[in-house]
Design a protein around this ligand. Structure first.
Ligand code: GUN
Length: 282
C-alpha cells in the first residue's frame, strides 16, 4: 500500500480551513515566520508555509533579515512578537547563521507560541506525556501511521536518526502510544537486523535510499522522512531515505517521496498554529 500523504494533508487542510472559517472571534490566527539569510532551501520552505497558511485562512507574515543580523536584535524581535497579542505562532526557520546560538533563539520563543515544538518546555511536556506542542514532522508521520495502524499497543518501532527535530520527538510520541521504540543512529550495530524485525520503521537518516529490501519484512510499515536531491541518469531527482521502487512491493505500506511526509509537515504547522491560537484566546 502506498500512503498518500498529499491527499491526507489536503484533507487535514480542508478541516482546518472549515474550523477557521467558523471561528467567531474577530482576531484571526496569525503565524510569523522569521527567515534569516538566503539559504535557497529555506526560502522555498518559507514560501510554501506562507502560501499554505493563507489557503486555510491563517494570517501569515514573513520577516526577513540579512545574514549579518546580530543575535541581540533577533532575540529582541522575538520578544516583541512574544508580547504581541495578535501573533499566535512564531517560527524561526533553521538553520541559522553560525554567529547565532540556535538554543538561545529557541529558548526565547514563548512556549505557547512555539509552533515548531522545539522549546525545552514543549520537549519536556511531550516526553512527560503532558499537553505539548508537537514538532510538525513527527506529528505528520504519526497522522500518516494512524491511517494504516489501528492499534499501536505493543508495536515494535524502529526509528533511524536521533535528531531533535525528528527522531527524538518521534520516539516520545510513539512511546506515548504504547509502542516499543528503538532509536538507531550511525553508530548502531546490526541495524539491518533490528529494522527487519520492526512493525514500523521511521527513517530520518538523511541518506538517499539506504533503506533497502534487506531492512524490511512483508508486514513493515515504512515512513520515509528523507528528502535527498540526487543526480540519476543525468537528471536531478528528489528521493527519500528508502529505496522506494525496490521495496514498495516488499512491505505492507510505505510513504512515497515526494508526496508522503513533506505535505504533512506543512499541514501540521497550520494545525499547530490553530492549536496555539486556541490556547491563547482561552
Ligand atoms: N528547517 C528545516 N526543518 C525545519 C522545521 O521543522 N522548523 C524550522 N523552524 N526550521 C526548519
Amino acid at each position: 500500500m502506498i500512503i498518500d500523504g498529499k491527499k491526507i494533508a489536503e484533507d487535514l487542510r480542508q478541516n482546518l480551513k472549515k474550523e477557521i472559517s467558523n471561528l467567531k472571534t474577530t482576531v484571526k490566527p496569525c503565524l510569523v515566520v522569521i527567515l534569516i539569510g538566503d539559504n535557497p532551501a529555506s526560502k522555498i520552505y518559507v514560501k510554501n508555509k506562507e502560501k499554505s497558511a493563507g489557503d486555510v485562512g491563517i494570517k501569515s507574515e514573513v520577516i526577513k533579515f540579512e545574514t549579518n543580523i546580530s543575535e541581540k536584535d533577533l532575540l529582541k524581535k522575538i520578544e516583541d512578537l512574544n508580547s504581541d497579542n495578535n501573533v499566535h505562532g512564531i517560527l524561526v526557520q533553521l538553520p541559522l547563521p553560525k554567529h547565532i546560538d540556535e538554543g538561545k533563539v529557541i529558548n526565547t520563543i514563548n512556549p505557547i507560541k512555539d509552533v515548531d515544538g522545539f522549546h525545552p518546555v514543549n520537549v519536556g511536556n511531550l516526553s512527560s506525556g503532558n499537553e505539548a506542542m508537537i514538532p510538525c514532522t513527527p506529528l505528520g508521520c504519526y497522522l500518516l501511521l494512524k491511517e494504516v495502524i489501528r492499534d499501536f499497543n505493543g508495536k515494535n518501532v524502529v526509528i533511524i536518526g536521533r535528531s531533535n527535530i525528528n527522531g527524538k520527538p518521534m520516539a516520545q510520541l510513539l512511546l506515548r502510544e504504547n509502542c516499543t521504540v528503538t532509536v538507531t543512529h550511525s553508530k548502531t550495530k546490526n541495524i539491518e537486523k533490528i529494522c527487519r524485525e520492526a512493525d514500523i520503521i521511521v527513517v530520518a537518516a538523511g541518506k538517499a535510499k539506504i533503506l533497502n529490501k534487506n531492512w524490511v519484512n512483508k508486514n513493515s510499515v515504512i515512513i520515509d522522512v528523507g528528502i535527498n536531491r540526487i543526480l540519476e541518469k543525468g537528471s536531478k531527482k528528489i528521493v527519500g531515505d528508502a529505496d522506494f521502487e525496490n521495496i514498495k512491493n516488499e512491505v505492507y505500506a510505505i510513504t512515497p517521496v515526494p508526496g508522503g511526509v513533506g505535505p504533512m509537515t506543512i499541514a501540521c504547522l497550520l494545525k499547530n498554529t490553530l492549536k496555539a491560537y486556541k490556547n491563547q484566546i482561552k
